[in-house]
Design a protein. Sequence first.
Length: 322
Amino acid sequence: MTQKFGSKTTADEVLTGLNLKGKRFLITGASSGIGFETARSLVSHGASVVGTARNLAKAELVTTSIRDAALRGGGSLAWIELDLASLQSVRACADKLLADGQPFDVIIANAGVMATPFDRTVDGFEVQFATNYLGHFALINRIERLLANNGRLVVLSSQAHRVADVDLDDPSFEQQAYDPFVAYGRSKTATSLFATEFDKRHRDRGIRAASVMPGNSLTDLARHFSPEDLQGLFETVGKARAEAGLGPAELKEIPQAAATTLWTAIVADKDEIGGHYLEDCAIAPINDSPNPFADGVRSYALDANRAELLWAKSEQLISAAS
């Protein structure tokens, strides 16, 4: 695979010269941040995008620039309501999409929350596990037949997966003290494992799935951090990387953070990236160093056995909550 892009590449640069007319995308969490930029870039190159949002009225208010991009580029944008922290909302969203019946070339599981105060969803799950992982698991499996043959699934993970592996025995912190960043790390490991198992289960249809580390950027994802806490986190990351002999962590602009998602969804060879974890528009190397802020992917986030066990556990959790 020819390496043409890197950490500084923007979403529009990834799509330069491409006409996506006739291609259809589903993006969760498209009303802000990386999801918003992903949608904007896609419609500006002719794609049809269905974006999910918890609040459709709010989503409509912030999407003028996407509509303008769609008019210029020949693409289109439609919204559908989805609260990933509610399995009832997930089922309702999925059933509307199934009733519509139009296939998607790519599904991008982008929505997420980070380091939230402890809370449980209406279904009894820890909020980050439910929103970042379990809701996506339920939605995508329910609409799986809408993903076209030779399509792609892109699941947003995070460098924070390096903080913690999934806990299959206690995914919702019922038996242990809650740590918001450990919970975030576990949820992002789960998303990567989901992509690994989905890729294995659906590659007979030519479908490939991969997880993506978009890069650190200042979006609404950090809304649960005070400015002081956020600065403290940056200092901790910088110190940990320096101690490991690594360069300083760089904040990406949001168009740069959306680049790896779009590279994975459209440009990269799907059979080369399938089942992998990607960062900076490239397949990330395995890096099992204990440093949680190093580059690369921990092997447990791609472990086939863990992915299979998590899938089975997730099916059990959803069934019990129904």
